[in-house]
Write a protein of this length. Structure first.
Lengths: 427, 427
């Protein structure tokens, strides 16, 4: 059994992760860009809007013709036409005239403001009475009010949201430069591991990590690619890892839980081209037997075999690595929605490592209780029953019941919303 | 111009939304199930784990043979073999014997505990000295420790996370019953609206809502389906809406901003089969001119034309409707990550409606400032510059600078993480 000679602290591991580069750039259509990271600034190629637009239904006028108008002393206008949507009005407005306009319509030449329909009263087809004065530019947006031609709309590194894609479309930009979504190869290993659809014999277990990691990668915005399930043998594993490196931007080897598997992983990856072993063990629990290396520019990760340990390592370190490869430049350590809660009971912790305790969140009056889910780390039920993780710092011997803690909530599309709202009225 | 005779309060609209049913059920493979909602309970078809498993590397023994052992008085054992990963050990352990076992290995008959390798010292090939006593079942997980055969693992309505899919795989269940992802048809209307790749003439604007709504639906877990861009004419719009209803579970008609478009939408949808108009105007700003109806079981929504109004309505109401159609049974009103912040300046609000103010989040020492983004609602830049929304209740005349507010943060895969952590140290 190889020892973990090179056990690193979590902060050291974060620095190593931040040394990886985004996997590459590409140009995608707006429909494919949600959640991706801009790889270049976006500049407005023209003014938005491009013309004077009404933001109300009403009548376009010259504001000064309305000055002094009120309910007891209305102003009168000659109605000379209507602005058609999508067309530049051909008429030019003269003093004392008004032109009917809808929200979004283009102001005719001569007009500088719009009176809302609520203050307008048609006396006959051609005569309009208005009961309120407007000031120049009232109810009107001007060319460039949203963005002026040449201005920077989004900076490189921005993460694209629905409204951002809408604006980009509004500017007439149908394709957008982004960092590529990283492709992540997943390999399961272990002589005792069998596929999900196989009957297990005594001593065998099904491949849990394949599915946990596949979903984790998707959730983090990467493309998972399952390469295969490999016995604990050098040659087939080496072949599989080599193939994975060719096809993907990063390789995840999810070990069986035995020492044999872990030693084998190290032996195999040490033979990869331009390989450098960066981390061999991290001072956290669960998750200590984690391996991080690089083959050229591509990360090669050996995860602990226990499903629980593998997912905790994924939550803490892999999520950050995936964001790094995705071009995200927000490199803070914590990447989870944090929920403040009171600890439900005392927890002891060994010194010299960070402990990640699985907790269930329970509402209690206006606050939330974080109730530890105890159980041996080999049990995946501890993760399934948990809503998030509580970190116990390296130099802390434990936490007490009722201590205020920050729970790193597991994210899931709806899950976030649920936990953060129904249960999680902040204390 | 049709008036909004039927303006409803937001709470009334939520009740109407909750009256819609999930769009249907299907069975999907584990790779396709992330974020979907279970449509039936999942029961464990067998014990997990299925056998006594070691959770440590070490030696399997009978615990009572170790009682009293310590560093100064070690216990001695005869080593009779090794457990191979993935196989049921053929040997039976007798008193005084020890068998080498790895993490995840199956305990041989006769053994009831595992001594960690750290407390074991091999004196020769067949003689083991241990320096610490273990109790029965120490370092061992028993059959059913995760889940017992027949127990309910997940209840109907559960939203599937990575660890949940892993556990399901562990139980040998390759496919899983879920509610279908709703398919949402999107139609853009307005004589002034042109596609993104078209040069605009004066008076024309590009189709922003198509992209905003497409991305919004994806983010909320639905499948968007763009039907087309339609001029403000009865016959083509009716044909398009009819086609949309055939192909999708819900229809979104995003109006141009003019009155003409809004009136037309009402006329068209009133002729749909089994049509019922449920909401014609909501007392919120922005977003008042929203239409909600149903054609049979399918929602038909008319959104305001302004991109900003349309997206605010989507954030507040559409997200809840999509969750409802997705089978989610968490029907709370608020569906956003909430961030506590101090308001950056006074905001006035008209009575009789809920106001949704766009705000930017700025860190300030240990707290966060929510700085209002002002601008006419026709400007999409107000949404692009914002990080979330602050609601001003119907019966409030406004909020004061430094008031503590809850910001409904816009969600985006990375965005959540970013806002909730780097900026958002809770006050």
């Amino acid at each position: 059994m190889e020892s973990f000679f090179n056990v690193k602290k979590p902060d050291e591991v974060f620095s190593i992760i931040d040394g990886f580069e985004p996997v590459g750039k590409e140009t995608v259509s707006l429909e494919d860009a949600l959640g991706l990271v801009l790889s270049a600034d976006i500049t407005a190629p023209e003014d938005l809007p491009a013309f004077f637009r009404s933001v109300m239904d009403g009548y376009a006028i010259m504001a000064r013709d309305s000055f002094g108008a009120n309910e007891s002393l209305p102003a009168f206008f000659e109605v000379t036409g209507e602005v058609l949507m999508g067309e530049a009005p051909s008429v030019v407005l003269e003093r004392g005239q008004a032109i009917n306009i809808s929200t979004g319509g283009m102001l005719p030449k001569g007009a500088d403001s719009v009176v809302m329909v609520e203050y307008c009263h048609l006396l006959d087809d051609a005569t309009l009475e208005i009961s309120r004065a407007v000031s120049p530019l009232e109810n009107v947006i001007q060319p460039g009010d949203d963005f002026k031609e040449g201005s920077v709309v989004f900076k490189k590194g921005h993460i694209l949201r629905p409204q951002d894609l809408g604006l980009t479309a509004g500017l007439g930009i149908p394709e957008i430069p982004v960092y590529k979504r990283p492709k992540i190869a997943i390999i399961s290993t272990g002589d005792e591991v069998v596929p999900v659809n196989r009957r297990t014999r005594p001593g065998q277990v099904r491949d849990i990590n394949r599915y946990t990691l596949d979903a984790f990668c998707r959730q983090a915005g990467a493309k998972p690619l399952f390469i295969g399930l490999c016995p604990d043998e050098f040659k087939p594993l080496k072949e599989m890892v080599t193939r994975a490196l060719e096809q993907a931007d990063m390789v995840l080897i999810s070990g069986g839980s035995s020492v044999g598997t872990r030693d084998l992983t190290i032996k195999v990856i040490n033979e990869l081209p331009e390989f450098q072993l960066l981390v061999h063990g991290i001072s956290i629990s669960p998750g200590k037997p984690t391996i991080i290396g690089r083959s050229g520019k591509k990360p090669v990760i050996g995860l602990p075999g226990h499903a629980t340990s593998a997912l905790v390592v994924a939550e803490i370190f892999l999520s950050r690595l995936i964001r790094r490869l995705s071009g995200c430049n927000y490199l803070q350590k914590r990447i989870h929605p944090l929920i403040k809660a009171r600890l439900g009971q005392n927890i002891e912790s060994a010194g010299g490592r960070e402990d990640y305790i699985r907790v269930r969140l329970l509402p209690k009056g206006k606050s939330i209780i974080a109730e530890p889910v105890f159980g041996k780390s080999g049990l995946i039920s501890t993760l399934v029953e948990a809503d998030g993780l509580v970190k116990i710092d390296m130099n802390t011997e434990g936490l007490y019941k009722d201590d205020l803690v920050e729970v790193m909530a597991f994210s899931s599309r709806y899950g976030d919303m649920y936990y953060l709202n129904e249960k999680a009225v902040q204390t």
